[in-house]
Design a protein around this ligand. Structure first.
Ligand SMILES: [Zn+2]
Length: 411
């Protein structure tokens, strides 16, 4: 926020003489106005995210006000451009948290954004440095206040809160390893459509977004699995929402999943590369350079989607150290079973499963695989991925693979 110089003008002038460097910095700030490049709002049933993308890091102050519930954000050194003004029209009527947003000039240098709320929220505001296609971002996540009861069937909100507070690892360590299930207990499958919200995943030549395609495939697989006796199925997300990688794994563990299937359609540096691939976790590095490239790009999803620093501070490999041998071998078995079904519907990129250190595969007690259904970077496969018929084939191959695996897994 700009400092008020007038009451102590003399002192200020003295200050300038004394510290040249500081005065240069001040002039520098006055010249370099931040420009808003894009405004995005991602409403979801769990939380709503507001993102302001800008040419330089935004200097802001925010306050939560009551009666009525609202949030005021004052941003220093920006202009009220048409792009920024679009924020008001981006509020959707079904947004669970935001009623309306107004934006006004407070003085020549300060813009005030007023968010009028539908319910009490706990905001989490943070800035992100440029990554991938994104420039600087100011992010505000609106969570419902804790008084709202948490749904047992979907622990996502509780897990996101733990993640935000940096408590996720500690709490996850307290989840006991899966007890020997009763003979007829249903098998719990967690489907994980990759990316979402602020993180679009890979984008095809014709602008198809990976996050949309994989959600459609996961929903189709969900509907098939729901019809199976003795299988219970969950999804890490069923909306266009950003969920950190660790929270996806945590949700599977909290719901005592027996297996975890992450669904993707990534891009490769070379557009001619095509075919399906299935990955299982490697604790010792990747099985090929392509596998290592994909794992690296996937593990960046948290930075692209944007996590606040508190949640980020435990991005280490502690859980990986606990990965058990049976989990790894069952993961490989599950991967082979799915790959075997995939070869009936698409060219395979590699004849056997690949291995790499994907963050999303690191649950210590859940056999986990990542299915690259096809490459969205390949124009032919991008086209195919958009069709209902290919999506149905892929989801059926995944479900049949799961069923094959259940017949041969080791306990
Ligand atoms: Zn992906």
């Amino acid at each position: 926020m700009p400092k008020t110089f007038s009451p102590k003008k003399r002192l200020f002038i003295k200050g300038i003489i004394a510290t040249c460097l500081l005065s240069v910095t001040r002039i520098g700030f006055a010249v370099a106005m931040a420009k808003i490049i894009a405004v995005r709002i991602w409403p979801s049933s769990t939380y709503t995210r507001i993102t302001l993308e800008s040419t330089i890091r935004l200097n802001y102050k925010s306050a939560l006000l009551y009666n009525p519930d609202r949030i005021v954000i004052d941003i220093d050194n920006i202009d009220l451009t048409p792009t920024l003004k679009t924020i008001s029209s981006k509020v959707l009527s079904h947004d669970p948290f935001i009623k309306l947003i107004s934006v006004n000039k407070v003085n020549p240098k300060i813009i005030r954004i007023m968010i009028v709320l539908k319910q009490g929220v706990e905001p989490n505001t943070f800035t992100l440095s440029p990554i991938a296609e994104f420039k600087h971002r100011l992010v505000m996540d609106l969570y419902p206040t804790r008084s709202i009861s948490i749904n047992d069937d979907d622990p996502l909100l509780a897990l996101l809160e733990e993640y935000k507070d940096g408590d996720l690892n500690k709490k996850q360590a307290n989840i006991p390893p899966p007890i020997n299930k009763k003979k007829n207990a249903p098998i719990i499958v967690m489907l994980d459509p990759g990316h979402g919200g602020e993180d679009p995943g890979a984008i095809g030549y014709n602008k198809t977004k990976e996050k949309d395609i994989v959600l459609q495939i996961a929903r189709r697989a969900y509907n098939l699995l729901k019809k199976e006796n003795n299988i219970k199925v969950h999804m890490t997300r069923n909306e266009d929402v950003f969920i950190p990688l660790k929270v996806r794994v945590a949700k599977a563990r909290s719901l005592h999943a027996d297996l975890f299937v992450s669904i993707h359609a990534d891009a490769f540096t070379n557009r001619s590369v095509r075919g399906s691939t299935v990955f299982a976790l490697s604790t010792r590095g990747a099985s090929s350079s392509a596998a290592s490239y994909l794992a690296q790009t996937q593990n960046k999803a948290d930075q692209i989607g944007g996590v606040s620093r508190s949640g980020d501070k435990y991005l280490d490999n502690t859980i990986l150290d606990l990965v058990q041998k049976t989990t790894l071998s069952n993961g490989a078995l599950l991967g082979s079973a799915i790959l075997n079904r995939m070869k009936g519907i698409n060219k395979l990129h590699k004849p056997t499963i690949e291995k790499a250190g994907f963050a999303v595969l690191k649950a210590p007690d859940i056999p986990s695989v990542l299915v690259e259904t096809a490459f969205i970077s390949n124009v032919v496969e991008e086209k195919k991925l958009k069709t209902a018929s290919f999506q149905n084939q892929v989801s059926k191959a995944i479900v049949d693979g799961i069923k094959d695996y259940l017949k041969k897994r080791k306990n």
